[in-house]
Design a protein around this ligand. Structure first.
Ligand code: GLN
Length: 260
């Protein structure tokens, strides 16, 4: 019997078998080639590279998504944003939904899958990230997601939506946490001295894309709800409310466009 449990997820990848095979054959030995592959994967993981980049996939809202270093690894707390969006989108509604800065397409795909009558537009400034999102939309078999390249509101200037959802970069540029996140694109994480530069841009860009009372849902850091509320309030947004994630941390703010 093995006393040390090898990381079965990396092991099954190095011998190209299902994970269950590893547990069913505890006495098998690795040949030299597989051992070399396994050691290389373990080294990457030990160096801090996220499993999602090593395996190339991450599950989000029951979709198996392709992820590459061009995209942020989808986080479980972002499912709160999806959950809150679905609470407001009636099942039979044919809403136009905009996901700004979609990355791997996680939020857009989750919402589009749950609301097939809605049309979801997913944007990203990174062509490489958008290529990943497009492939994820294709693999999910969704016909109701369009991907558009461009920076925040400029990507869809002149268009109208019923709801905007976004998980923008919101980490402070000098935050030590960025070191632990060094494998992920810094452009998807950091946003100026207080982490709020992109949220300030969104607060000003988004009203033109919505009717009065149109919805905006923004993910942000647990220490940012008051700052986000004051940015949104100053830009004329109303009904501003922050919601806690499963860890009890205030992570998503919902607001509606005020009258002009
Ligand atoms: N939630 C991420 C973190 O781990 C940040 C994601 C973002 O900036 N959008 O800090």
């Amino acid at each position: 019997m093995l006393h040390w449990q090898p990381p079965s997820n990396l092991l099954c990848r190095s011998i190209d078998v299902a994970r269950s095979y590893v547990f069913a054959h505890p006495d098998d030995e690795l040949d030299e080639l597989s051992q070399g592959r396994f050691d290389a994967l373990v080294r990457r993981r030990a160096d801090g590279e996220p499993m999602a980049y090593i395996t190339g996939t991450r599950e989000f809202w029951s979709h198996e998504l392709l992820v590459t270093p061009a995209t942020l690894v989808p986080r479980p707390e972002t499912e709160l944003l999806v959950d809150l969006a679905l609470r407001e989108i009636p099942r039979k509604a044919e809403w136009r939904i905009l996901d700004l800065g979609t990355g791997s397409g996680a939020i857009a795909i989750a919402i589009a899958g749950e609301r097939p009558l809605c049309n979801v537009t997913a944007t990203d400034i990174s062509a490489q990230a958008l290529a990943v999102a497009k492939e994820n939309v294709r693999q999910a078999g969704l016909g109701n997601v369009d991907c558009v390249e461009g920076n925040w509101g400029a990507a869809v200037a002149g268009r109208q939506f019923d709801m905007i959802v976004t998980n923008p970069p919101y980490v402070r540029a000098d935050d030590e946490a960025l070191q632990a996140l060094r494998f992920e694109p810094v452009s998807a994480l950091a946003s100026g001295a207080d982490g709020l530069d992109d949220i300030r841009t969104l607060a000003l860009d988004c009203p033109a894309l919505l009717p009065e009372s149109g919805w905006l849902l923004i993910e942000h850091g647990a220490e940012q709800p008051e700052a986000v509320a004051s940015i949104l309030g100053a830009a004329g947004w109303t009904d501003i409310r922050c919601h806690n994630d499963l860890a009890g941390l205030p992570r998503v703010t919902v607001a509606r466009r005020g009258g002009k």
